[in-house]
Design a protein around this ligand. Structure first.
Ligand code: CMC
Length: 385
């Protein structure tokens, strides 16, 4: 017998909300989303102005300290982020033993957890040590991701150059050549637009783990597991897999309508908070168009626009950040199953910022459960069942 939440007397459970949609469980100064107007602010600054003017490193500072840095503070952070990019040999040895068909997010999750082993402050949950660990994790994640991608493609794992931005070094370690200004800036904007986003599922996971007073590496490892799912960060890879099913003869309207009729979700569309266009998608839409043209893949952008139109006409649902970011990554020559790891490489800034905030005003996260089963059953010995 199954009982659904519809059969329950909700007056007895006034806070019951499947998916916690209407529940505010935390307060925060890290970001604000106006889902009706389609606005997103990191610590007060509009995402559009950050994407146009800032750098990922500056956004990290903003999220950790809730203010923009001055020149000396930013240079100090840049220096620390450069100095911490190497990963311990044990992590490289682990990457060398992974299967070539391993999931990049699974490898990132394991390698991130391994970093705790070599971090002298792994057990120290003070704010000061947490900030230092946040810098270390932010610096090391790109090295792990690039190392796995090179290993699985039979290429030599490269050490970071440590002379420029995270975006620059990541592209260098991934491709084996130093990126041009445009590629570096594109990657930087991708990192900025994915850095932080309110009480999303992985940030909730991170804060819940922090709230038990567990350490930062545990919280970030859990958050990576949460981000991996296709309803969250994994959607960007799923978008590209869907686009790769198409060819120039595909009737896109019929293709999408068919999926909707079969009650399939169209990846990269819809959002729990935005009731209008996701402002990050708006920004990435332009980038996707420009970049697709630059690399002669206009068809990708045209298919994307056709899908946006059917979704609007059929369901009145707009794209989210994952829809156009997928084609941006693809146009940059990045393999689809790496997209979610790049999302993690950006969101580490938001996760760690939330961990710091949770520590500062902590209370154990412990919601209640609506029990749907029976009670007071007689225990039957196993040979009588
Ligand atoms: N394709 C088709 N129908 C959809 C979609 C979609 N992508 N998203 C929502 N709907 C429909 C859904 O079928 C339902 O319709 P009805 O009321 O007729 O049954 C209605 O919209 C409400 O959907 P819901 O799933 O109850 O909404 P939710 O708030 O629980 O889900 C979501 C939000 C993001 C999980 C969902 O929109 C979805 O599954 N999207 C596809 C996956 C995706 O792109 N995820 C990335 C989210 S943004 C980046 C991030 O934060 O990670």
């Amino acid at each position: 017998m199954s009982t659904s939440t519809q059969d329950i007397d909700l007056t007895k459970y006034p806070h019951l909300d499947k998916g916690l949609e209407g529940i505010v469980a935390f307060s925060s100064r890290k970001s604000y989303i106006d889902g009706t107007k389609g606005e997103l602010y990191y610590a007060g600054y509009d995402i559009d102005s950050l994407a146009r003017n800032s750098t990922f490193e500056e956004v990290c500072f903003l999220l950790w300290h809730e203010r923009l840095p001055n020149k000396a503070e930013l240079e100090d952070l840049n220096e620390k982020l450069r100095a911490e990019r190497d990963v311990p040999q044990g992590v490289i040895d682990y990457i060398q033993t992974t299967r070539n068909d391993s999931e990049p997010m699974a490898v990132l999750r394991t390698a991130t957890s391994m970093l705790a082993d070599e971090d002298p402050e792994s057990r120290d949950t003070s704010a000061e040590a947490t900030l230092r660990k946040s810098i270390r994790l932010t610096a090391k994640m790109p090295t792990i991701i690039a190392a796995f991608d090179r290993k699985r493609n039979g290429k030599k794992i490269l050490s970071p150059l440590k002379k420029k931005s995270i975006a620059y070094d990541f592209l260098y370690m991934l491709n084996g050549e130093e990126p041009g200004e445009n590629a570096e800036r594109t990657m930087d904007v991708l990192l900025i637009t994915h850095a932080e986003h309110g009480m999303n599922a992985s940030t909730f996971t991170c804060r819940s783990i922090c709230a038990t007073l567990s350490d930062l590496h545990s919280a970030v490892t859990g958050a990576i597991g949460s981000l991996k799912g296709p309803l969250h960060g994994g959607a960007n890879t799923a978008v590209m897999n869907m686009l790769k099913e198409l060819d120039k003869d595909t009737d896109i309207v019929a293709f999408i309508k068919g999926k909707l009729e079969r009650k399939e979700k169209i990846m990269g569309f819809g959002h729990r908070v935005y009731k209008t266009y996701d402002p990050r998608a708006k920004f990435l839409r332009t980038m996707s168009e420009d970049l697709a043209r630059e690399v002669n893949m206009e068809y990708l952008y045209e298919w994307s626009e056709a899908i946006v139109k059917v979704m609007k006409d059929e369901k009145n649902i707009d794209p989210n950040v994952d829809f156009f970011s997928a084609t941006v990554y693809y146009s940059m020559g990045i393999e689809p199953d790496l997209y979610t790891t790049i999302f993690a490489m950006a969101r580490i800034s938001g996760w760690t910022a939330h961990y710091l905030e949770q520590l500062d005003n902590n209370r154990l996260i412990r919601p209640r459960l609506l029990y749907l089963g029976e009670t007071k059953l007689d225990y039957t010995p196993i040979d009588q069942r």
